[in-house]
Design a binder for this molecule. Structure first.
Ligand SMILES: Cc1cc2nc3c(=O)[nH]c(=O)nc-3n(C[C@H](O)[C@H](O)[C@H](O)COP(=O)(O)OP(=O)(O)OC[C@H]3O[C@@H](n4cnc5c(N)ncnc54)[C@H](O)[C@@H]3O)c2cc1C
Length: 449
């Protein structure tokens, strides 16, 4: 045979594993190179451990809320090594599942760093592997700007494995990962400051959603500092960190977590040797068939910097494998991708923000609802749930749906189906609610703002 493999994949993360398995199930001879951990970012240092930490940190409020329901919870205390190590055991279990899944599908796992050496060749260690098609799915890596003392900060990679839980923490950044970790650290008991250089965090989300989250996080005691940026960090003899901000203010803290964005992981990937083009942000450039500038080399997932979410990488990997080995047309629909932020309270959204809807449509109706969740009538917690629907007046189509509140992701996933199916506001209105839930509010918003 001309090549060692029909399909060789670089990176056994979300996109790479899905593409490998599907390709093998369609009869291709498949190998996948992985240098770090099976399952990639999501399983090891992303979605999965993060969500476990969110569950862990929520108990703090759950214990407080329980009092109004007659429970006495005395002496509750938190043990970080238990959470950290139980989480790690679960991740190791998942690593094993991924290994079996790939093995059972007949995919060869090649452990080590892969580097392209030509259009059909990849070097892993001292092995030179040839393949008819190569897929790049190396994901991304946290980006920390250089400044005096930047060597003292950690990123999302390290926060999952901290030796000691900090008494005080500074989270720097305004994206969803920063917001989520501010909530996790604060919920687990660290005095938490979140600093962001912009006006308000979560750029790109609906403004009312951003403002609602800001209010709720402030109520929970997270110290939010916008329009501010770190100038330098000094490590003191006691191990604590002296942070100086650009405006001259200072903060003494135990951990500084930088969540200031991620970059495509293309170091030593041999892109130049094979002639694969990247854009100014270092993302691999692909056409609408995920083909790079080299016809035998494809790329999916975070490295192409379209939508950096696991379900999107999965969809891209699957579509490409079916296209290459199943003779199917390539079809990834990027419309109506729902997403959640596992902040506290959580956010979920699908479709357009109000700002986008106003730009694209002549006339829209905005429906909003802000209310106290039934649970908090007895818990006494002053937390508001917020919901918003955006409707095109001309066609009655629901253009966007946003929520801040408990279980937002669980609720909005179902609404994403409705929006994708083109549901109108009249269809929302004629849908019977499930009572008593918070979700029913989405089908009972009758009067536009
Ligand atoms: C803290 C955090 C939280 C997140 N939370 C969510 C969430 O809640 N929901 C969500 O949808 N998404 C979330 N994401 C994003 C999600 O993890 C990514 O979008 C997804 O993992 C991208 O998949 P991928 O296949 O492109 O890359 P990855 O999953 O990153 O996989 C890439 C793999 O390639 C390997 N690799 C890289 N280079 C080489 C090489 N040269 N040779 C061999 N192997 C290599 C890496 O070790 C890695 O295992 C989160 C990310 C982070 C960091």
């Amino acid at each position: 045979m001309k090549y060692d493999y029909d399909f060789f994949v670089v990176g056994a993360g979300s996109g790479g594993v899905r593409a490998s398995r599907i390709a093998a199930s369609l009869g291709a001879r498949v190998g996948v190179a992985e240098e770090r951990y099976l399952g990639g970012t999501c399983v090891n240092v992303g979605c999965v451990p993060k969500k476990l930490f969110v569950y862990g940190s929520h108990f703090h409020e759950d214990f407080q809320d329980a009092r109004g329901f007659g429970w006495t919870v005395e002496g509750a205390s938190f043990d970080w090594p238990t959470l950290r190590d139980n989480k790690t055991k679960e991740i190791e279990r998942l690593n094993g599942i991924y290994r079996n899944m790939l093995g059972n599908a007949g995919v060869d796992i090649v452990e080590g760093h892969a580097e392209l050496t030509g259009p059909n060749t990849v070097k892993v260690g001292d092995r030179e592997i040839t393949a008819e098609h190569i897929l790049l799915a190396p994901g991304g890596w946290p980006f920390v700007p250089e400044f005096p003392g930047s060597e003292h900060v950690i990123t999302s990679n390290e926060v999952f494995y901290l030796e000691q839980f900090p008494k005080r923490a500074l989270v720097v950044g305004g994206g969803y990962i920063a917001v989520e970790f501010a909530g996790i650290l604060s919920g687990l008991g660290a005095e938490t400051v979140q600093a962001y250089r912009g006006e308000l965090f979560l750029r790109g989300f609906d403004e009312a959603v951003r403002l609602t989250l800001k209010e709720e996080m402030l109520k929970k005691g997270v110290d939010l500092r916008f329009n501010t940026n770190v100038a330098s960090i000094d490590k003191k003899d006691d191990g604590s960190l002296d942070v100086t901000f650009e405006d001259g203010s200072t903060l003494n803290t135990d951990v500084v977590l930088y969540a200031t964005g991620r970059r495509p992981k293309i170091d030593n990937l041999g892109l130049d040797k094979a002639g694969v083009e990247v854009n100014a942000k270092g993302a691999v450039v692909v056409d609408d068939h995920f083909r790079t500038s080299v016809p035998s080399i494809y790329a999916v997932g975070d490295v192409i910097d379209r939508v950096q979410l696991t379900p999107v990488a999965l969809a891209e990997g699957m579509a490409l494998a079916k296209y290459l080995f199943g003779n199917e047309p390539l079809n990834v629909d990027y419309d109506h991708i729902p997403s959640a932020v596992f902040s506290q309270p959580s956010i979920a959204t699908v479709g357009l923000t109000e700002e986008q809807a106003r730009e694209r449509y002549a006339d829209i109706d905005v429906y909003t609802s802000r209310f106290r969740h039934m649970k908090h009538t007895l818990s006494g917690r002053d937390e508001k749930t917020f919901m918003k629907l955006l409707v095109d007046k001309a066609t009655d189509k629901v253009l966007g749906c946003h929520m801040v509140g408990a279980d937002a992701g669980e609720i909005v996933q179902g609404l994403a189906v409705a929006l994708k199916a083109g549901a109108t506001k009249a269809i929302f209105d004629s849908t019977i609610g499930i009572h008593p839930t918070a979700a029913e509010e989405f089908v009972t918003m009758r009067t536009p703002d």
